[in-house]
Write a protein of this length. Structure first.
Length: 227
């Protein structure tokens, strides 16, 4: 029986193949005379940090682990920024809705007619220029915000549309982070299995070589005794 393939047909939800545990090395290699070097090489290839193989089907575990670790770091930096932006836009929305409600309540109050024409106070705040550098700003009453979408692209949105967009982006980023963490845990389990498989096959080959050597020595000793 020929040796089995390195990867199992079973995969996780994102298509990462599962590494089968080699319980019976002799059976896995196809018999007592099974070839070991090719199997060990295939195991090492599966573990390799190979940049050439980038598809899920052919990718190596360590390469995928490195990619997912970078993705996790990127998402963990991105999500707090989205949350801060969403908090600010929601604050502007609540502030604007509160003023609109106040104006509607004052329409029936003739004593406040003069106040309706009074200019509304601007909002003083600070915004981040760099990690440790902030600047002061005054925000006038507005129903529009500008959002960075990446790749040096900024677009204007009405506040309700901006809130909807940011919430969808936050949900997508959080889902992606959860999936990435799950994939990393799955990958590291497969890495451990492949390392154990490699050790089991290597130790089995060492034992087989020793038994063959001892058998040959015994046969040679018996032959000499008969001479």
């Amino acid at each position: 029986m020929p040796p089995q393939t390195v990867f199992s047909s079973e995969k996780n939800p994102r298509g990462i193949p599962k590494a089968p545990f080699v319980a019976n090395v002799e059976e896995y290699l196809g018999g007592p005379d099974g070839e070991v070097e090719g199997t060990l090489k295939s195991f090492q290839d599966a573990l390799a940090y190979a940049f050439a193989e980038k598809s899920i089907r052919d990718s190596k575990y360590r390469y995928m682990d490195s990619n997912l670790a970078q993705r996790r770091q990127s998402l963990e930096e991105k999500i707090p920024d989205i949350k801060k932006t969403l908090d600010m836009v929601e604050f502007l929305q609540e502030r604007r809705e509160g003023k609109n409600k106040s104006s509607e309540d004052d329409e029936d109050d003739l004593d406040d007619d003069l106040d309706d024409d009074a200019p509304q106070k601007s909002l003083k705040t600070t915004f981040e220029l760099n990690d440790t550098l902030y600047a002061e700003a005054e925000l006038e009453e507005t129903d529009t915000v500008y959002l960075w979408l990446g790749a040096n692209v900024m677009l204007s949105y009405k506040i309700p549309a901006a809130v909807t967009l940011l919430k969808s982006k936050l949900e997508a980023a959080q889902t992606s982070l959860n999936n990435t963490i799950e994939d990393l845990e799955f990958l590291r389990e497969q890495l451990t299995i492949m390392e154990v498989n490699t050790a089991r096959v290597y130790n089995w080959d060492v034992k087989r070589r020793r038994e063959r050597r001892e058998r040959d020595e015994a046969q040679n000793a018996a032959t000499k005794a008969l001479q």
